[in-house]
Design a protein around this ligand. Structure first.
Ligand SMILES: NC(=O)C1=CN([C@@H]2O[C@H](COP(=O)(O)OP(=O)(O)OC[C@H]3O[C@@H](n4cnc5c(N)ncnc54)[C@H](O)[C@@H]3O)[C@@H](O)[C@H]2O)[C@@H](O)CC1
Ligand SMILES: [K+]
Length: 535
């Protein structure tokens, strides 16, 4: 059972894939009408839980809370397809549980099953309107206008109705997806319902995990309705995989527990190349991120003038002072005797370098160690215009751009904002690197088309320095994994998950304003401790 839940939690589907899975279930003999009853029954129960919970929260502090709240008014927004059918079954169930139910349905042509449910609801005396105004006094709205069958931009009257109800500021629970969102890209097709909750049905739809959808999705959860795993496997096996990072996938990739007999070099030797006189803080934060990764040995190459502050901040690290340019950037790498770039288990290069450090980048690219490039490492790479040569590197390369850096690196890939999964996949295929595109829902892709999406994060991370911490952290994980058979994209995904979970915990304890990058580094280990305590 747990195994099923975990497998389902990782799956992300497009509208076409969901449609194909659904078809297999129906072809196998499951009646459409039975599946709709089953799914809508689960939705109705969950809506009652959510609704009662929010009523209890509103009533907190009041002397007594009646276990049987007076029937509340629920508005049901009904579309022409089976999303509308689901909503109408929910309407009927809530009506029988004692709620006052009002239906809004502006469509005259409905799918047959949806039409039958509407007819029955009418026969029960539920009022049905083709304008939205009568629903204005409802305490709760259920959005069943469109699900994964939405195929074009919304037009009036439904578009205006959605705009109007979004103004009402009422709790809205969307069935499957907020109506108006593109199932695959999360793009708003004209307009979309701003839900407080989204109950995604069966499997996670890709659109719900996109930055541009997040203003509309609210709190999202999955309603599992027992889709056979075999059907999912058959439909997904021939397309590139897109997966959700889960706690289980992330924890299974961490270098824990350590073997009882080991030594520091066996636990990875990471070289960080970072910092300049102008940006010394970036080097410190990258170092602190790497420290939290648990890496066995940490060397940090910085301009000579940063050496003493780095030693003070990271006494355990070997700080390598390098000759610097007039502007205070690393002019040339000067590694200790008997070391060269190929002797490190991984190299992470970029934070705070400034573009004046450009001469060192080719040297780093020529090394045969796994390499992560971030920040100015990426900017210099973009200026060099040699992104195609990454394919020729003898070891993996990881690029961790934010959208601005992504556009500089891959100017010919359009829509990095609108089609993040597609853009990241294209960038990885083009460069041969593992590409991590930062965002509220960070996307990681490898050159074979495998994609991971980080499903949780916090806007608290929108702050200078948090990217430097990520670079150090992933660098440290790459170094520790260098002798293990874990794919690079999984390590990178784990780093992204860990970083955002630390920020979520920090934001819970300190508010979203309290998560400066230095504080974040202190939560990296704290979040692992609290996660393993919750196991
Ligand atoms: N996948 C599954 O296994 C299940 C799906 N169910 C529900 O079925 C939904 C999918 O049902 P459908 O395929 O009927 O799709 P929808 O209910 O999303 O709507 C499709 C209908 O809307 C019309 N339409 C599309 N775009 C429009 C636009 N811009 N303006 C006006 N009309 C438009 C289409 O012509 C079609 O009639 C899911 O989202 C879910 O709610 C559940 O009933 C049960 C199980
Ligand atoms: K919907």
């Amino acid at each position: 059972m747990k195994d099923r839940q975990e497998k389902i939690a990782q799956v992300i589907v497009t509208a076409q894939q969901m449609h194909d899975i659904e078809e297999r279930i129906f072809t196998a003999g499951m009646p459409v009408v039975a599946l709709m009853e089953k799914v809508a029954g689960l939705i109705a129960r969950r809506i009652q839980d959510i609704y009662l919970l929010s009523c209890q929260q509103e009533n907190k502090g009041k002397a007594s809370l009646s276990p049987s709240l007076p029937p509340s008014r629920v508005g049901i927004l009904t579309g022409p397809g089976h999303n509308g059918g689901d909503a109408l079954v929910v309407a009927r169930e809530l009506y029988f549980r004692g709620y006052e139910v009002l239906i809004y349905c502006p469509f005259s042509k409905l799918k047959e099953l949806t039409s039958q449910h509407l007819q029955y609801n009418r026969s029960l005396g539920l009022p049905c309107y083709d304008s939205i105004e009568p629903l204005q006094d409802c305490d709760l709205l259920i959005d069943g206008l469109f699900g994964f069958g939405l195929e074009r931009t919304l037009t009036d009257p439904v578009a205006s109705a959605i705009n109007q109800l979004n103004e009402w500021d009422k709790p809205i629970i969307s069935i499957d997806l907020p109506s108006g969102l593109h199932t695959d890209t999360g793009e708003v097709l004209g307009t979309a319902v701003r839900a407080t909750h989204t109950l995604c049905l069966g499997l996670w739809k890709q659109g719900l995990l996109q930055d541009q959808a997040l203003d509309y999705v609210g709190k999202a959860e999955l309603i599992d309705f027992d889709i056979p795993l075999a059907d999912i496997q058959v439909v997904l096996e021939n397309s590139p995989s897109t997966k959700r990072i889960t706690k289980t996938t992330a924890l299974s990739t961490l270098p824990l527990p350590r073997p009882p007999v080991t030594h520091k070099y066996k636990e990875g030797h990471l070289l960080l190349i970072c910092g300049s006189r102008r940006y010394s803080g970036g080097a410190i934060l990258t170092g602190l991120g790497a420290r939290a990764s648990g890496v066995g040995m940490l060397s940090i190459a910085v301009p000579e003038s940063l050496k003493s502050i780095m030693v003070a901040q990271l006494p355990e690290a070997l700080i390598i002072g390098c000759p610097e340019t007039e502007s205070g950037a690393i002019a040339q790498l000067q590694l200790p005797a008997k070391t060269d770039l190929n002797s490190f288990s991984a190299i992470a290069c970029g934070p705070g370098l400034t573009r004046d450090a450009s001469p060192i980048l080719q040297e780093v690219l020529d090394s045969i160690s796994p390499l992560l490039l971030d920040a100015d490492g990426l900017n210099i790479l973009a200026e060099m215009g040699t992104i195609n040569t990454l394919q020729k590197r003898q070891n993996s390369t990881v690029l961790t751009p934010h959208t601005g850096e992504f556009k500089r690196l891959f100017p010919e890939i359009a829509d990095a904002n609108q089609h993040r999964v597609k853009a990241t996949r294209e960038a990885a295929a083009q460069s041969g690197a593992v590409v991590l595109l930062k965002g509220a829902r960070t996307v990681i892709a490898n050159s074979q088309g495998t994609v991971w999406i980080n499903p949780e994060s916090t806007p608290a991370l929108a702050r200078g320095g948090s990217g430097d911490v990520l670079t150090g952290l992933i660098g440290g994980l790459l170094a520790q994994a260098s002798s293990k058979k874990i794919s690079v994209e999984e390590i990178v995904a784990t780093g992204a998950w860990w970083h955002s979970q630390a920020a979520i915990l920090a934001a819970q304890e300190r508010t979203e304003l309290g998560v400066d990058a230095h504080t974040l580094t202190n939560y990296l280990i704290a979040v692992l401790v609290s996660t393993s305590n919750k196991k």
